[in-house]
Design a protein around this ligand. Structure first.
Ligand SMILES: [Zn+2]
Length: 342
């Protein structure tokens, strides 16, 4: 089969023939229809410092996908060939304390699809049945392809109750945009999104943000004044991993405010800890999705009319992966999709 492979320890990816994955008794073989390009894939393609220590070559990359089940192992009863599915990209150990307690998203020994084992940017991918999510209600294929990052957005946005609250989202990449849509859908009063890309801020407006601020030109405090906020934001969703964004967020929270932080900083940075203490802020780290409560929430949000269409801004044939990766790395658009069916 064709697959997008990090063949050697150097920058770039190669579309090449590799063996089809074999399945065990508890596995599902999936024909991949469409995939989404994630920041992780960009890191692996660019072969940066993180990729060099995290990746063993050769590796089939990619973890965001939708596909159709073509074969199931002997012990798989609940999933059938023909089912339309997406996959949870964190393969958990099943043995640690959190796994045994059913808190699989807190597993301390996860293996990442397309990171620690062969991934989904291929004609076929195999997964344990416990990592497969069946779309019981029809979902647009492009949206189904990005359930993995949609899950990051839902997990972050719904970490704290936000009905009637004022929500600040720093970072208007695809996950920040989806989190803004979820926050509005779930009943937030004001959703403010910040970024330094006017193109991405325009997408934030399209998806329903009340205010989209370019923090290269204006401050979050100015945004508060524009909306008539007097005491700061109740909920913060940090999506950028940027030190300046986290510092600004801390400075603009109300007393008792709560911050969910998904953005992954590339290095340590100082923040105003005395402000965190005296404003009595909560900061919660978010990684991945809850299995499978977040997946359930995603399906039901879409069923109830949540519209993610504005987030998807690039569609490419898998053979044009180089243009697709350049688009995704440009930092101006939303989500980029690769089609594997042609
Ligand atoms: Zn575990």
């Amino acid at each position: 089969m064709k697959a997008l492979v990090k063949e050697k320890a150097e920058p770039g990816l190669r579309l090449m023939d590799v063996p089809e994955p074999a399945i065990g008794p508890g596995d599902v073989l999936i024909k991949v229809l469409r995939t989404g390009i994630c920041g992780t894939d960009l890191h692996i393609s660019a072969w940066d410092g993180w990729a060099q220590q995290a990746i063993s070559t050769p590796l089939v990359v990619g973890h965001e996908f939708v596909g159709e089940v073509v074969e199931t192992g002997r012990d798989v009863a609940e999933i059938k060939p023909g089912d339309r599915v997406s996959g949870e990209g964190h393969l958990v150990c099943g043995k640690c304390r959190n796994c045994l307690a059913g808190r699989r998203h807190l597993c301390r020994s996860t293996v990442g699809l397309g990171v620690g084992r062969d991934g989904a940017f291929a004609e076929y991918v195999a997964l344990p049945v416990g990592n497969v999510w069946v779309h019981r209600v029809p979902v647009d294929l492009d949206v189904a392809a990005i359930f993995d990052p949609f899950g990051n957005a839902v997990h972050t946005a719904l970490s704290f109750p936000l009905v009637n609250e004022d929500v600040l989202i720093t970072g208007a990449g695809p996950i920040g945009l989806m989190a803004a849509a979820v926050a509005k859908h779930a009943g937030a009063r004001n959703v403010v999104v910040t970024d330094v890309s006017d193109e991405r801020l325009e997408l934030a407006r399209k998806i329903g943000a009340d205010l989209a601020l370019n923090v290269a030109r204006t401050t979050i405090a100015d945004g508060q004044r524009e909306l008539g906020l007097r005491e700061g934001f109740d909920i913060g969703l940090e999506m950028s991993g940027q030190a300046a964004a986290m510092r600004e967020m801390i400075a603009n929270m109300t007393h008792g405010g709560r911050i969910a932080m998904l953005g992954l900083p590339s290095e340590e940075f100082p923040v105003d800890w005395s402000r965190i203490v005296t404003s009595m802020l909560t900061v919660k780290g978010i990684y991945g999705r809850e299995m499978f409560e977040t997946w359930y929430a995603m399906s039901v949000l879409l069923e109830n009319g949540l519209d993610l269409a504005p987030v998807i801004t690039g569609r490419y044939d898998h053979r044009d992966f180089e243009a697709a990766f350049a688009d995704a790395a440009g930092g101006k658009g939303g989500k980029v999709i690769l089609d594997w069916t042609s």
